[in-house]
Design a protein around this ligand. Sequence first.
Ligand code: T3D
Length: 258
Amino acid sequence: MSIVLTEDQNGVRYIKFNRPDKLNSFNKEMAQEVQRLLISSDEDKSIRCIVITGVGRAFCAGQDLEEAISEDGPELKSIVEEHYNPIIKLIRGIEKPILAMVNGVAAGAGANIALACDIVFAAKSSKFIQAFSSIGLIPDSGGTYFLPRLIGMGRASALAFLAERIKAEEAEKMGMIWKAVDDEDLEMEVHNVADHLAGLPTYGIGLTKRAFNEAWNNSLDNQLDLERDLQAMAGLSYDYQEGVNAFLEKRKPKFKGE
Ligand code: T3D
């Protein structure tokens, strides 16, 4: 059985971590496979939305700690550099909507991979744990970048230092994730949103993602310049023409993501 499962449906690629007996913790093979699948999802024009989730009772328990301490395993620095950093850069750099469907516990790098996604849905029974401090590490996989920006420095510090288990509903309340959903409704809700997103003007959505990525570091002047340039690009798209024509002709638009 493959270490990561994939399924393509209605323009949506589902990427499912598949080491359920290890709570989908990451080893080298899984990290490389996730990178490969993200790259191929980016290159495949028929894929217009990506959903990342886990098989079994966990989303992902972060680094496989047996591998991390194994004498013939990869060094800690290369685990971060070669396994997680490329995944986070791909999630942020792929100009298509990426959803996290957090089906169970998300710990360590697993939590931060979810938080790097554009929209995070989580089953109400799931929990987010910045598990790093429990084993003497620092939040990686973008944790020190995204957490303070998403929830503010005070909350980020508390989560990172204390490694408390945060329930999905609490995560929603503090703005860390988009939505906590009843467990039995999670798949249906995420499938519906993903199908919907895949039919939207995903070229424009990709440019919006680029603008949001840049907004973290830009001055207002620079951001306004960027909006001007990206809007000019969006204005040349098929989808813009189609959206305006459909509005004027009082019909439903049929977008292509171009
Ligand atoms: O080199 C580096 O480490 C650098 C990279 C760092 C990135 C990171 O992600 S560091 C953080 C690593 N992750 C953790 O510290 C989390 C460890 N896991 C847990 O704290 C707990 O398992 C959970 C809170 C996630 C879930 O608890 P619970 O009680 O529901 O499940 P469990 O019984 O602890 O785990 C079930 C099995 O999964 C168990 O195996 P067994 O006894 O049934 O054979 C457990 O050992 C295994 N498992 C869970 N997490 C990991 C793991 N095995 C390897 N690595 C794991 N991270």
